[in-house]
Design a protein around this ligand. Structure first.
Ligand SMILES: [Zn+2]
Ligand SMILES: [Zn+2]
Length: 336
C-alpha cells in the first residue's frame, strides 16, 4: 500500500509499504479521510511528540474514517464494505483505569500516530474492532474523521458537568473550540461567548449562533466577561491564565487544548482568590457512537466546518497549511 512516512522534521515521503494484516480482534480499514490535527505538528515539525522520539519512519494521522476491508480472527462485524469512523484511543480493557471507567487514561493505551504506533496517513490501517462505529449514509467520510475532535469536545463538556443555565466562554474557535462549543450546546447552554483573535475564525461561531438551538455568542477581544465555565481550546499556553481571568469565583476552567510549549505559568492569585476548579481534559472516551448520532440528527454540524482537501501525495502541504493556521481553514483533510 502507499503511505506517508515521516523520516525527520518536515521530511515526509510517499512510499510503498506492506499492507497491515488485521490480527485477532482487529479489522482492516481502507482509509478514506484523515483530518490533520495541530497535535500532529509537534512530531512533524520537531521530530518528537512531547519528548517521545520515533524509532522508525512514522505514519502520522489519528482523525480518520474509511471502509471495512477485512475482518480479523474472531470478528464477525461490521461487514466488509461498511463505512466507519474510528476512535483512535485504544485501551487494554484490563488495567485499573479501564476497570474504573477511565479508558482514556488506560495505562497501556495505544494511540495510532503517537510513537511508536503508525497512524492513518496510508491506504490501510488495522484497528481494534471495538474502535470502529458505522456511519449512516448521510454522514460523509470527512464528518466521520471529525468525530475525533468532536469526541474531545464531548468529553470536555461532560467533565465540566454542565447545566443549561451555565454561562460558558471558549478560548479559541479552531476545530477543537468549534467542536467543544457544539458539544456544550447539546446540553442546552444559551449563554456562550468565544474569544478568537483570527477574524476568519470568528465567523464560524456566529454561524453556529444562527441555528435553531439559538445560542447567543459574544465576541470578546478583552476579558470583559465572567463565565461559570471557561473552556481553553486554543492550545496557546498563555491562554490558560486568560481562561482563569475569565472565570467567575467558584467557577471552573477546563483545559482542552494541549498547551504549547508544555510548561505553563500563571499568577496563582487568580485561581486561589476565586477558588477555581481547574480540570485538564485528556482526549476522549466512549464518545464515538454519540458523536455519530449527533451529526446524523443534525444537532451538530461538522459538514460545513471549513476544510481544505489534499491527496496523500500532498501530505506535507496539508501539514504546512495546518502550521500556517489560516483563518479560513479549521482542518486540512487528506484522502489517501
Ligand atoms: Zn486530534
Ligand atoms: Zn487499560
Amino acid at each position: 500500500m502507499r503511505a506517508a512516512r515521516l523520516y525527520a522534521p518536515r521530511d515526509v515521503r510517499i512510499e510503498e509499504v506492506p499492507t497491515p494484516e488485521p490480527g485477532p480482534g482487529e479489522v482492516l480499514v481502507r482509509v478514506r479521510a484523515v483530518a490533520i490535527c495541530p497535535s500532529d505538528l509537534r512530531l512533524y515539525q520537531d521530530g518528537h511528540a512531547s519528548g517521545v522520539v520515533p524509532d522508525h519512519p512514522m505514519i502520522q494521522g489519528h482523525e480518520f474514517s474509511g471502509d471495512i476491508a477485512e475482518l480479523g480472527e474472531g470478528v464477525d462485524s461490521p461487514p466488509v464494505g461498511t463505512r466507519v469512523a474510528v476512535e483512535p484511543s485504544w485501551h487494554c480493557g484490563k488495567c485499573d483505569m479501564c476497570r474504573s471507567g477511565h479508558e482514556n487514561l488506560c495505562r497501556n493505551i495505544v494511540f495510532p500516530s503517537f510513537p511508536q504506533r503508525d497512524g492513518a496517513l496510508a491506504e490501510y490501517i488495522a484497528c481494534p474492532a471495538f474502535s470502529v462505529y458505522p456511519l449512516p449514509d448521510s454522514v460523509s467520510y470527512i464528518e466521520g474523521a471529525l468525530t475525533e475532535p468532536l469526541g474531545v469536545g464531548l468529553h470536555a463538556a461532560r467533565l465540566a458537568g454542565l447545566s443549561p443555565q451555565d454561562s460558558a466562554a471558549f478560548l479559541g474557535a479552531g476545530a477543537i473550540g468549534t467542536c467543544t462549543m457544539q458539544a456544550a450546546k447539546t446540553w442546552g447552554l444559551e449563554q456562550m461567548a468565544v474569544v478568537e483573535p483570527l477574524a476568519g475564525r470568528r465567523e464560524w461561531p456566529r454561524k453556529l449562533g444562527a441555528d435553531p438551538v439559538g445560542a447567543a455568542y459574544l465576541e470578546l477581544l478583552d476579558a470583559a466577561l465572567e463565565a461559570d465555565i471557561v473552556f481553553e481550546c486554543s492550545g496557546d499556553n498563555a491562554a490558560v491564565e486568560q481562561a482563569m481571568r475569565l472565570a467567575r469565583p467558584a467557577g471552573k476552567v477546563i483545559v482542552v487544548g494541549i498547551p504549547h510549549p508544555d510548561a505553563v505559568t500563571f499568577d496563582s492569585t487568580i485561581p486561589r482568590r476565586r477558588e477555581l476548579t481547574i480540570i485538564f481534559s485528556r482526549r476522549s472516551r466512549e464518545t464515538l457512537a454519540e458523536g455519530v448520532k449527533l451529526i446524523a440528527s443534525g444537532q451538530v454540524d461538522l459538514g460545513s466546518l471549513a476544510t481544505r482537501q489534499f491527496s496523500l501525495a500532498q501530505t506535507a502541504e496539508a501539514m504546512e497549511a495546518t502550521a500556517a493556521r489560516p483563518g479560513d481553514m479549521l482542518r486540512a483533510i487528506v484522502s489517501p
